[in-house]
Design a binder for this molecule. Structure first.
Ligand code: HEC
Length: 201
């Protein structure tokens, strides 16, 4: 449903991207006069074509189950890309995975990342959103990356901005968690508001 709903928007973005490439090609060739957008360099258009591994925005994720929050501070190597306050959410299918360590196809996990704001009175607030990172389990489609597709959406954007090499970078680090199906976070009974759902098997 959500993927269907997104399709027209994605097409519109794609058309806009092609128009941009055509315009920048015309500029590089010496200006707009007489430029024919249909003659834009096909190689450059291919480079901006929608990524076949791109994922749809996980609509409604902030109402899913909150797994945990965490803070990455400036002393950590991951700070430039992932630093700040993050919250991890899981959809209903993924909850079983947190219990069993095997996530079924259709599981979706979201890492929602925010700046922090020091209020100057010894309190720190959640600041503006940086981006959201997403993992979607589809064993067949994403067999090459441990069964998970990886996506990233800039704050306020609904278009997956990752390129293939970046997806591989996500998967390479997450591969260290192969005993937990590539997922770092764990269900913690001591911090969860409610017990994890019972296994259905
Ligand atoms: C250098 C290692 C590393 C890289 C690279 C990395 N992650 Fe993660 N990721 C982590 C860690 C560690 C956590 C767990 C954070 C926590 O427990 O609070 C995590 C958590 C997540 C989660 C929540 C599910 C889980 O595994 O706990 C998602 C979704 C996620 N990352 C997506 C991505 C995406 C998308 C990329 C690539 C843009 C990416 N990650 C790159 C280390 C990494």
């Amino acid at each position: 449903m959500a993927a269907e709903a997104l399709r027209p928007g994605r097409t519109a973005l794609w058309v806009a991207a092609v128009a941009l490439v055509a315009a920048s090609g015309a500029l590089a060739a010496g200006g707009f006069a007489g430029a024919d957008p249909n003659k834009a360099d096909p190689a450059r258009i291919a480079a901006t074509a929608p990524d076949p591994h791109a994922l749809p925005f996980p609509v409604g994720y902030s109402r899913w189950t909150h797994i945990k929050s965490g803070l990455i501070t400036s002393g950590h190597a991951a700070y430039p890309r992932f630093g700040g306050l993050h919250h991890i959410y899981a959809n209903a299918i993924a909850l079983d995975g947190y219990r069993s360590g095997r996530f079924a196809d259709g599981s979706v996990l979201v890492y929602d990342l925010f700046e922090t704001r020091d209020n100057g009175d010894a309190t720190i607030d959640q600041g503006t959103r940086r981006h959201i990172d997403v993992m979607v389990k589809d064993s067949a489609r994403f067999a090459a990356t441990g069964g998970w597709g990886y996506a990233e959406f800039a704050a306020g954007e609904r278009r997956d901005r990752l390129r293939t090499a970046q997806r591989d970078g996500c998967a390479a680090c997450h591969a260290s968690q192969k005993d937990n199906d590539q997922v770092f976070s764990r269900w913690r009974e001591d911090s969860a508001a409610e017990p994890a759902p019972a296994r259905r098997d």
